[in-house]
Design a protein around this ligand. Structure first.
Ligand SMILES: Cc1cc2nc3c(=O)[nH]c(=O)nc-3n(C[C@H](O)[C@H](O)[C@H](O)COP(=O)(O)OP(=O)(O)OC[C@H]3O[C@@H](n4cnc5c(N)ncnc54)[C@H](O)[C@@H]3O)c2cc1C
Length: 405
């Protein structure tokens, strides 16, 4: 019997999976196949400290290359997996090579969603997903340069914060009526919008992008509310999960590769972990979700490793996420629904406050700005599905550690 594990996609989830397989005592061969030229690296700094030039490239790597040698993990970098033959239990690679597997793990992550409009492929338009994208962008971050950012999600706003600090003239164009509309409460959106404006970013919401045109050395972003002229454009309009390998192999895919609580697909020999998965989640209203976060990649990988070695412990961790903009650390735990009640603790003007989200009296999520105790305690309360009185949450005189009582 082939006991080998082949991991396709060398990113955050893959690094954790390799490490956890060895910690769990897996003694078989491990092969890690990744299309990028690097060992797995962290993406969060790409729109934060690394873009700002405050973090050396070596610090991006989750583990040094020697880790993979020591873990007896064969690295096949710059190599793309092109197909899975489930009958023969083989992964096909570009160039025609075939790699047999005992267990296959798909950690293929996600890719940028491209803006499907005229001009969005002009040379002055950039996206941000990998190290090379940052290297291209960094060359543009010159004081006085005009940057138009399409999309006021986390990546767009983090880049705006870095760029305005570097004295660029930044305009952010957002289709929704508010920034971070997909993931944050109205109160958090309003706070961040005000902070960006204070820093000098021109934020424009409710804007429909119509096209991008070249005008000499400049780009003109044509929108429903007028033209915005820029030297370069960053497009940050979300991602798409890399599910094609699984789908073409006949595995169920529905906004992500469908897996169970052990990260196992419909084929018991194939697991999937990280951004590319649609998994059961007790914190998601509908019972399933697809998450785009480091927490999910790491935790799900640990559970997948446990299941692969025959010691399953179903994955059910509270989702969490963070974003760094200026000197503001936003920490989010749990999954909120727009209909959830919002309770504020602290004054946003103090730049340290939290927005709690309650559903039927139960704390389901927190958005904490420079408020670590609120965030940490809420994570525990969310896991415990605790009922907390809104007036107690709002009362700064009551310490967070007393909320559980
Ligand atoms: C700029 C940026 C900032 C972010 N900030 C945060 C943050 O602050 N907090 C947070 O929690 N999350 C953040 N994220 C999201 C987080 O980085 C992802 O959720 C995480 O990387 C997911 O890990 P993954 O292993 O599933 O996918 P990835 O890390 O994307 O790795 C997947 C890898 O698989 C490779 N691959 C895909 N298909 C194939 C194939 N067929 N053959 C070979 N290789 C393949 C891809 O090229 C990629 O290298 C950020 C992401 C970006 C891009």
């Amino acid at each position: 019997m082939d006991e080998s594990v082949v991991v396709v996609g060398a990113g955050q989830a893959a690094a954790q999976l390799v490490a956890s397989l060895r910690t769990e005592g897996f003694a078989g061969a491990i092969t890690l196949i990744g299309e990028e030229p690097y060992v797995p690296y962290q993406r969060p700094p790409l729109s934060k400290a690394f873009l700002a030039g405050e973090l050396a490239a070596e610090r991006l790597f989750i583990k040094p290359e020697e880790f993979y040698t020591d873990a007896k993990c064969t690295l096949l970098l710059r190599t793309r997996a092109t197909a899975i033959d489930r009958t023969r239990k083989i992964v096909k690679l570009d160039g025609g090579r075939e790699v047999p597997y005992g267990t296959l793990a798909l950690t293929t992550g996600s890719r940028i969603r491209k803006l499907a409009l005229t001009g969005a492929d002009l040379p002055g338009c950039f996206y941000l997903r990998g190290i090379e994208d940052v290297e291209r962008l960094q060359g543009q971050l010159k004081p006085g340069a005009r940057l138009a950012i399409i999309g006021a999600g986390y990546i767009g706003l983090e880049v705006a914060a870095v760029a305005v600090k570097r004295k660029l003239k930044v305009t952010v164009l957002e289709a929704f009526p508010r920034v971070m509309a997909r993931a944050a409460s109205e109160q958090i959106s309003a706070f961040y919008e005000a902070e960006h404006r204070k820093a000098g970013v021109d934020i424009r919401c409710n804007v429909k992008i119509e096209a991008i045109a070249q005008d000499g050395a400049s780009l003109v972003v044509k929108t429903s509310s007028g033209d915005v002229t820029a030297d370069f454009v960053l497009i940050g309009i979300g991602i798409l999960p890399n599910v094609e390998l699984a789908a073409e192999a006949g595995l169920p895919v529905e906004n992500g590769i469908v897996v169970d609580q052990n990260a196992c697909t419909a084929d018991p020999s194939i697991y999937a972990v990280g951004d590319c998965t649609n998994h059961p989640c007790a914190y998601a209203g509908g019972g399933r979700t697809r998450l785009e976060s480091v927490q999910n990649a790491i935790d799900q990988a640990k559970h997948a490793a446990a299941a692969i070695v025959g010691k399953p412990k179903p994955y059910n961790e509270v989702p969490w996420f963070w974003s760094d903009q200026y000197d503001l650390k936003l920490q989010i735990a749990g999954l909120a629904h727009p209909a959830d009640t919002v309770v504020l603790r602290g004054d946003p003007a103090s730049r340290s406050f939290a927005a709690f989200r309650l559903r039927d009296g139960v704390l389901v999520a927190v958005e904490a700005v420079n408020a670590a105790p609120e965030y940490m305690m809420s994570r525990r309360l969310i896991a415990a599905r605790a009922r907390v009185a809104p007036e107690r949450l709002a009362d700064k005189a009551i310490p967070m550690k007393e909320m559980a009582t």
